[in-house]
Design a protein around this ligand. Structure first.
Ligand code: PLP
Length: 481
């Protein structure tokens, strides 16, 4: 493909993308294909000779679209949102064209420098404590990880390294204590409502984790955390990492940093805060009370790629002392060194892979083109839509709202047995009219309805409500007999 052909194909692709996104409601939100469908549609082997763009373009609708779950459809109310905006798509086109791998400053200075500044911009918007900002001249700073899961692993490994170092320094009388001895005793903690990626971080690090029972409101019980830490210490174990969640996956519960933070501080345990979904809302002052106590955190993470109009992947992580990351992850071969080392971050030390894309471009484009007000407006509108949906449920006594609606997530169920709500969810999703996901809170089966797509409006909420309400009627009728 030469540049003239690229110009034509590029325009065609942009037109396709616009048409796709602007007419997405017309597509069935959840596909009907069966596993293995795609192999039947394309040749067994790669083509010997290059094909035309027209042939490739034609196959988007024939091969790909039948198997797409349309995450950006207002009919998609499953999981949590993944963001999508035209400015972010434009930035990704540029990032793909530049195609640099910014593992060190020298590998592409603007890739590193824009990221450092964007993370400061974002930290200031969220009113994070000054220690997290690179521009404050301290040890703090931000980095864009691919996902919240990676941020949790990175925090965990840095915390592990900190604790091992501290024990070795403090326990000079026992030089025989090996790293292996310490490792087997290290303990992580999180609420039983924490995302599965927290348990996975411990698994990947070959570390033990204790899930602390949550309170009535599904937040971590700080008293039980304290008790678990004290008991583990008495048993010779070494607490080193607590993950607090702001906006849990099952029901958007918020752990209390004000209560958990002082425990971590006193016990010299690293506090990582996972605000993967809800963190975007902290750009609005009225939601910031949920992060009260953030000053206790050693690391903080949220996903602009979930709710802040920046396409996947863009997971923002801040750390108070970046030297702890560098120490934990530093391997220093000659071929990666450069003569400006130490003057600016070399992000290869802040993450698991070596390679990294120019992700800050999309953050920059989005922040500039929406402005703070635009992003705040987006969050507020989505929360208002969730409240509108909540009101429809409140006015209908067949339904129960299981937890108060705080952000864009509504947790509902049919009053009565779990089986009724299970049937309802199955019927909704089989219809392909909207797509929702289940969860369990204590013993209650719930349907999670999340306002996800950027384009969702009040009409969409009414549509979704009608779908749910009609199927509820059907199921309740059937169960009368
Ligand atoms: N933490 C929470 C609270 C989440 O809700 C999720 C995903 O929804 C994650 C972590 C994992 O996010 P990621 O896919 O970015 O790893």
């Amino acid at each position: 493909m030469d540049s003239d052909e690229f110009a034509v194909a590029g325009r065609q692709m942009i037109d396709y993308v616009i048409h796709y996104l602007e007419n997405i409601r017309d597509r069935r939100v959840f596909p009907t294909v069966k596993p293995g469908y795609l192999r039947e549609l394309i040749p067994k082997d790669a083509p010997e000779k290059g094909e035309t763009w027209e042939a490739v373009f034609g196959d988007i609708e024939r091969v790909i679209m039948p198997g797409i779950t349309h995450w950006h459809s207002p009919r998609f109310n499953a999981f949590f949102p993944t963001a999508n905006s035209y400015p972010a798509i434009l930035a990704d086109i540029l990032s793909d064209a530049i195609g640099c791998i910014g593992f060190t400053w020298a590998a592409s200075p603007s890739c590193t420098e824009l990221e450092v500044v964007m993370m400061d911009w974002l930290a200031k918007l969220l009113k994070l404590p000054a220690e997290f900002l690179a521009c404050e001249g301290g040890k703090g700073g931000g980095v864009i990880q691919g996902t919240a899961s990676e941020a949790t692993v990175v925090g965990c490994l840095a915390a592990k390294s900190r604790k091992i170092k501290a024990i070795k320094e403090e326990d000079k009388e026992h030089p025989e204590i090996t790293e292996r001895d310490i490792l087997s005793k290290l303990m992580c903690y999180a609420s039983d409502q924490a995302h599965s990626s927290v348990e996975r971080a411990a698994l990947l690090g070959a570390l033990n984790i204790r899930l602390i029972k949550s309170n009535e409101d599904f937040s971590m019980d700080p008293k039980l955390l304290e008790e678990a830490i004290q008991k583990d210490k008495a048993d010779g174990l070494i607490p080193f990492y607590v993950v607090a969640t702001l906006g849990s996956t099952p029901c958007c519960a918020f752990d209390s940093l004000v209560d958990i933070g002082p425990i971590c501080q006193r016990e010299k345990v690293w506090l990582h805060v996972d605000a993967a979904y809800a963190g975007s809302a902290f750009i609005c002052p009225e939601f910031r009370h949920y992060m009260e106590g953030i000053e206790y955190a050693d690391s903080f993470n949220f996903n602009p790629h979930k709710w802040m109009l920046v396409n996947f992947d863009c997971s923002a992580m801040w750390i108070k002392d970046s030297a702890e990351l560098v120490e934990a992850f530093n391997v220093d071969p000659l071929y990666l060194r450069h003569d400006k080392q130490g003057l600016v971050p070399d992000y290869r030390h802040w993450q698991i892979p070596l390679g990294r894309r120019f992700r800050s471009l999309k953050l920059w484009f989005v922040l500039r083109m929406y402005g703070v007000e635009g992003i705040q407006g987006h969050i507020r509108q989505q929360v208002a839509l969730a409240k509108e949906f909540e009101q429809l449920l409140k006015d209908d006594n067949r339904f129960e709202i299981v937890v108060p609606v705080r952000m864009g997530l509504v947790c509902l169920r049919l009053k009565g047995s779990n089986e009724l709500s299970e049937k309802l969810l199955k019927r909704i999703n089989e219809s392909g009219k909207i797509y929702v996901t289940p969860s369990k809170l204590r013993e209650k089966y719930i349907i999670r309805f999340c306002v996800c797509a950027t384009r969702t409006n009040s009409e969409d909420i009414k549509y979704s409500w009608k779908v749910i309400s009609d199927f509820a009627k059907e199921i309740l009728e059937e169960n009368k007999h």
